[in-house]
Design a protein around this ligand. Structure first.
Ligand code: NAD
Ligand code: TDX
Length: 342
């Protein structure tokens, strides 16, 4: 693979993947296809050499535009999406456009030019799990984490459109022989994550003199993975994944939201109870947890950034040192949340 298109490569996880490719695979040229929505930022990839990375601004749902780009590509790695649950509850329409129509347009182009396609998805397509304490095997028994066999059961407009996009890819593999793989990853954290999301929102709250905001009681569990480990997993699948397969990506990082907020406050030198409980998210998924043994056993992948506390400290350092990256948006993001009591 010499020429790859990375859709959504100016967003959080996509841009971290582009950095990963530039740093680890000198033979590869990346074309970033990104609409630069509120979540996309050319600054995320600005520091990368122009002979390795080219940004093309456009919409993945624009078939003529995608067709033109796809002609010269060896692979498409598809990250572009509307990605925030809270936004999808406020206005689902861009989620339908990008996540469903956009994915459809891309797989049609991949089919036409017989291009290798990798679809980046989320563990949220599986719905949620009971808390560990309510399970007979305390989260380690059979069926107590998500696997690629878990039935789809999405909860929000966001996760249902991601689920729909996964199903489109599966159908194109079966009906048209599309050379595709799918990955469903757990919650990512790290640099360049938009400040609407849980961890950067709380870090930038503390940096702005605002108290962190916890939805409900904060019992909800997320399975955190550093975005660099997500990148290495996607690369492993792109190179060695079996066509038509779904691989779950996770690094055994389960934490409840209350514990994460307390850890952020402690690392930032604040009392660990200096946060507010705010209105819960409607339909809020309780627990996500990934069984990544298929990826580990079949492709030999292992995560490197497994110390969550150290990863969180690095992330706090990044937001502290890159205030100019997020400062201008802070007020409008908080105004959006304030309107819904969050
Ligand atoms: P993000 O919101 O930070 O970035 C999305 C990017 O897609 C932005 O650069 C945006 O400009 C671009 N984009 C949106 N609509 C577009 C369109 N119509 N055409 C072209 N570009 C468009 O998202 P993220 O958190 O980096 O997530 C990236 C992918 O990873 C998504 O597919 C998401 O579902 C998946 N994922 C995210 C997580 C997570 O924890 N954030 C976990 C698992 C999977
Ligand atoms: O201010 C907050 N307070 C709070 O308690 C925010 C923004 C969130 N939360 C809670 C809600 C969730 O339980 O924190 C948890 C994480 O919230 P988000 O960052 O919004 O992530 P989540 O809804 O879990 O979805 C994320 O992981 C899966 C990504 O946004 C998705 O794109 C990905 O598919």
């Amino acid at each position: 693979m010499k020429n790859i298109i990375v859709t959504g490569g100016a967003g959080f996880i996509g841009s971290n993947f582009v950095h990963y490719v530039v740093n680890n695979h000198p033979e590869v040229h990346v074309t970033v296809l990104d609409k630069l929505t509120y979540a996309g930022n050319r600054a995320n990839i600005d520091s990368l050499p122009a002979d390795r990375v080219k940004l093309v601004v456009g919409d993945i749902a624009d078939a003529a535009f995608v067709d033109e780009l796809a002609k010269n590509a060896d692979a498409i790695v598809h990250y572009a999406a509307e990605s925030h649950n809270d936004n999808s509850l406020n206005d689902p329409s861009p989620f339908i456009h990008t996540n469903l129509i956009g994915t459809y347009v891309l797989i049609e182009a991949a089919r036409k030019y017989n291009i290798r396609f990798h679809h980046v998805s989320t563990d949220e397509v599986y719905g949620d799990l009971p808390l560990r304490e309510d399970l007979p095997g305390h989260g380690e028994g059979p069926g107590e984490k998500f696997t690629s066999e878990t039935p789809y059961n999405p909860s929000s407009p966001y996760s249902s459109t991601k689920a729909g996009s996964d199903l489109l890819v599966r159908a194109w593999v079966r009906s048209f022989g599309l050379k595709a793989t799918i990955s469903n990853c757990s919650n990512n954290y790290g640099p360049f994550q938009h400040i609407e999301k849980f961890i950067p929102r709380q870090i930038t709250n503390v940096l702005s003199g605002i108290r962190p905001k916890l939805y409900g009681e904060g019992k909800n569990v997320r399975d955190w993975i550093h975005t660099n480990d997500h990148s290495s997993a996607v690369w492993a699948i792109l190179e060695n994944g079996r066509m038509g397969e779904t691989y779950l990506i996770g690094a055994d990082g389960e934490e409840n939201n209350k514990a994460v907020i307390e850890e952020i406050l402690t690392l930032m030198g604040q009392p660990k109870d200096a946060y507010d409980h705010v209105t819960d998210r409607p339909g809020h998924d309780l627990r996500y947890a990934i069984d990544a043994s298929k990826l580990r056993d079949e492709l030999g992948w292992t995560p490197k950034f497994t110390n969550f506390r150290a990863g969180l400290a690095d992330t706090i350092k990044w937001y502290t040192e890159n205030e100019q990256w997020w400062k201008a948006e802070k007020e409008s993001v908080e105004a959006f949340y304030a309107k819904q009591g969050q």
